[in-house]
Design a protein around this ligand. Structure first.
Ligand SMILES: Cc1ncc(COP(=O)(O)O)c(C=O)c1O
Length: 414
């Protein structure tokens, strides 16, 4: 069959990677047209963190029915007020500000890529400083600003980079000397660096967890040098790494927080950007030229509000299960002497051979296990492997059984 829609993020005219004709989903499974079940260890595209969860869906369905019965499915947020705009902003701010009052305003967006775009625009108000720092292995979306600050696959995205974004990449520090190099650069160039954007645990080039001590030092350094700290928690947010947000584990919060994906369990396109007092002060009386007709889509906000309420109700269980997932990963990988990286419930195993990565991913699919694959061709070496984002409620015994299959397969070829 020739598809008459374009499959994104692959060569033009290519087919969807997994070659599965999906019919439905249930809890942690995707089910194809022939009734074959696949354990979704990708959680959608890292956004269906709560799984295809019937209880959450029932709540959302009930809410949707009420809204649609009222006839109000769309409202222009630029022109009108609706109580849900305020209600969800309060809910999200309260949820984020658990330890310190870090944030006081919320922008509504329609995706993570859009959140990056907005965060970069906001950082230009930081005394019109010109440069943005970013990690070479990072990914922040495929809009123009996002591509400019994404080091991963830079040799592909470079072709599109006609935006006026001045970016300096550094590798995510794995040791003290890498950190020292980065700190020295910041010190020498502090007057020209507007912001530092990064994922607290990098996701797209294999999961890379920078040590918390290094992150804390970097944050402190940015603070004293008036460099805005932009945390892209599009992938790490909402319990993926154990806590509500990754920054809750650190000694201070970021100035700008980008959220999307699990914010509403992937039910509708949605995202948010949170800012604290420092950024609010920079923006005072400024016109912010950023808007999409779908920002603050009423149905999307309702799904996010219901999802957040559900996460609050199940917070203890979510945290306990992520800790179980983390232990299970360690136990099984240790058993097979397989090295992995990551934190909470996001992990990668390096394979560093694209053909072999494809082979393993496809053979696992035949076993009914879906894993995410990554390839990163930056710095002329092939960095490839499999990434696991298990649904956060997945029972440890189910994960353990799947991990044995995954590890045996990797061991067989490597
Ligand atoms: C860390 C991070 N930032 C931004 C994005 C872009 O988000 P979206 O795909 O919703 O535009 C992604 C998507 O994978 C991501 O992982």
């Amino acid at each position: 069959m020739v598809y008459n829609y374009v499959v994104p993020m692959t060569t033009f005219d290519n087919y969807p990677y997994y070659n599965i004709d999906v019919a439905k989903a249930s809890n942690e499974y995707i089910i194809d047209k022939n009734g074959k079940k696949y354990l979704d260890l990708r959680s959608g595209l890292w956004n269906v963190s709560l799984g295809y969860h019937a209880e959450l869906l029932a709540k959302i369905q009930q809410k949707m029915n009420m809204l649609l019965a009222d006839g109000l499915f769309y409202l222009d947020i630029h022109s009108y007020h609706h109580s849900i705009y305020q209600e969800f902003a309060d809910n999200l701010l309260e949820f984020s500000n658990r330890d310190h009052p870090a944030f006081n305003k919320v922008f509504y967006t329609s995706s993570g890529s859009e959140g990056t775009e907005l965060a970069l625009k906001l950082s230009h108000f930081n005394n019109r400083k010109k440069y943005i720092l970013a990690f070479q292995e990072g990914y922040h979306g495929t809009f123009f600003g996002g591509m400019a600050v994404s080091g991963v696959d830079y040799n592909i995205s470079e072709a599109y980079n006609n935006v006026n974004e001045h970016v300096i990449f550094f590798p995510a520090p794995r040791n003290q000397s890498m950190l020292d190099e980065l700190l020295a650069f910041i010190d020498q160039n502090k007057d020209t660096i507007a912001a530092f954007i990064f994922e607290p645990v990098i996701g797209s080039s294999g999961t890379i967890a920078v040590h918390d001590t290094y992150l804390n030092i970097l944050m402190e350094n940015c603070e004293v040098n008036h460099i805005l700290k932009i945390f892209d928690e599009v992938a790490t947010g909402f319990f993926r790494t154990g806590d509500r947000f990754y920054y809750h584990k650190l000694s201070s919060p970021p100035d700008i927080l980008i959220l999307s994906k699990s914010i509403n369990n992937g039910i509708l396109p949605f995202g948010a950007v949170l800012i604290g007092e420092k950024v609010c002060d920079l923006l005072l009386n400024k016109h912010i030229d950023h808007f999409s007709t779908q920002n603050g889509n009423l149905l999307s906000i309702h799904t996010a509000n219901e999802t957040l309420n559900y996460m609050r109700e199940t917070e203890v269980e979510l945290k306990r299960n992520v800790a179980e997932i983390e232990k299970c990963m360690q136990r099984v990988c240790d058993h097979y002497s397989i090295r992995y990286s990551g934190a909470g419930a996001m992990f990668s195993i390096s394979i560093n051979d694209v053909n072999l990565t494809n082979r393993i991913v496809n053979e696992l699919k035949e076993f009914g296990i879906l894993v995410y694959y990554y390839y990163d061709y930056s710095d002329n070496t092939v960095n490839s492997g499999i990434t696991l984002f298990p649904p956060l409620f997945l029972a440890a015994n189910k994960l353990e059984a799947a991990l044995h299959i995954i590890c045996k397969k990797i061991k067989r070829y490597m």
